[in-house]
Design a protein around this ligand. Structure first.
Ligand SMILES: [Zn+2]
Length: 421
């Protein structure tokens, strides 16, 4: 494996979308004020795709771009009708993001394909290296777009019609950049998908374990609640005559935390729940609020735990509404079931780690990924590498080079082993 080749590629991609195109080779170079802005529809995104395509071509892969900008680089297999092993991730970043999220999985997949060719390994199955479009959802407001279309969760037309803040559609953006292809990947031709990704959490780093093997990708449920009371003067309205929705909202914040802790104590659940959004209207210190919006995120790898907490919180909101004489409403804008990875792939990754003498542990993913979509249609697995201090979606995101190297070794071994199944 040529370490300098893939490392240089990750560093080069890390310059695209960074202030002054600064080069970051080591963690000491990170700067909180110089995050990555590589969003779909930007010039930097086009340059990243150009860069990837040039590297894929140089490796001898056959490039295809589909109708929503997903890029595939294919190496044919030795047997014509075998189903493929697909590996990859995404190139886009969040606003003010880091240089490893997604990129490690794309460049790692490319490197694994190159290592295979250099070694003279005869791949019975075709290899498809993929870079998915729009995973982060930062510009066009919805995430996992490219993989959503691939598995049929969203229609092509719906996705192409999405608009960014400047009012231009994704279709325009892809056309302008030259990445609106006419290819359509049929997943019936794919047997396995593997995504190498940074953990984005602290577990591997803290436990000094170089590889995490994902067994389940978390389920995610959002609750949006609104309490409506009576907006009024903060000085002239006696305390006994107020209908203040913020009081009820404050109880919701506390109650979510208490209930999660109780579920963990009583049922041993590993549920996490966050009240991350609180919008107070009109939001002035001298006005009793008239309306408060609350956004709650609940995650667990066990669907039943999510449902239980969501039901409890919904009941609490209804009780608080009555108690404080408020109007209230509740909606669930997104609800993803937990998604198990394929046990075949999990076992293969585990054996690959053992073969390479790299310590690993099985774990769950608390973040959503393209793999979550792919798992609906093909046998899917994820390989995690440590995020230093668990930081990601931040300019300070870092994964040590030797950890990336371990990840690529395991990805390469897993790909070869899956080719032989
Ligand atoms: Zn990612």
């Amino acid at each position: 494996m040529s370490r300098y080749r893939w490392r240089e590629e990750i560093i080069k991609l890390g310059q695209l979308g960074r202030k002054n195109s600064e080069r970051v080779e080591a963690r000491e170079h990170l700067d909180l004020n110089k995050g990555l802005y590589r969003l779909e529809g930007t010039e930097e995104m086009k340059k990243s795709r150009d860069f990837l395509v040039s590297r894929m071509k140089a490796a001898g892969l056959n490039i295809r771009v589909d109708r929503v900008g997903n890029i595939f680089g294919r190496q044919e297999g030795s047997r014509p009708n075998e189903r493929a092993v697909m590996l990859g991730s995404h190139l886009d970043s969040v606003s003010n993001g880091g240089m490893f999220d997604g990129v490690v999985g794309v460049i790692g997949a490319l490197e694994a394909a190159r290592m295979m060719m250099a070694e003279g390994f005869i791949n019975r199955r075709p290899i498809e290296v993929v870079a998915f479009m729009g995973e982060e959802g930062s510009a066009f407001k919805k995430g996992g777009l490219g993989s959503d279309v691939l598995v049929g969760n969203r229609s092509i037309d719906e996705v192409l019609a999405l608009k960014n803040d400047e009012g231009s559609t994704l279709e325009d953006a892809l056309e302008k950049s030259g990445y609106k292809g006419d290819f359509l990947m049929n997943l019936d031709s794919v047997e396995y998908f593997i995504e190498l990704h940074i953990e984005q959490g602290p577990v591997l780093d803290r436990e000094e374990t170089p590889i995490g093997i994902v067994e389940n990708i978390t389920g995610i449920s959002w609750l949006n609640a609104v309490f409506e009371g009576e907006e009024n003067h903060a000085g002239t309205t006696p305390m006994s005559l107020r209908r203040d929705p913020l009081l009820a909202a404050a109880s919701v914040v506390l109650s979510v935390r208490e209930r999660v802790s109780r579920l963990a104590r009583e049922a041993g659940s590993s549920t996490v729940a966050t009240v991350g959004r609180l919008v107070v209207h009109p939001g002035a210190p001298n006005i009793i609020p008239g309306r408060v919006e609350i956004g709650i995120d609940i995650r667990d790898s066990v669907g039943e735990n999510i449902r239980r907490l969501r039901d409890e919180v919904a009941e609490e909101i209804s009780n608080l509404g009555k108690q404080h004489e408020l109007g209230w409403s509740l909606e669930v804008p997104c609800d993803y079931l937990p998604c198990p990875c394929s046990s075949d792939v999990v076992n293969t990754i585990e054996k690959a780690c053992a073969k390479r003498g790299i310590k690993s542990k099985r774990m769950n993913s608390g973040a959503g990924h393209d793999a979550m979509n792919l798992a609906e249609k093909v046998k899917t697995g994820m390989i995690f590498v440590p995020s230093v201090h668990g930081i990601s979606h931040s300019p300070m995101e870092w994964t040590n080079w030797e950890d990336v190297e371990n990840g690529i070794q395991v990805l390469f071994q897993t790909m070869k082993d899956l080719c032989a199944i």
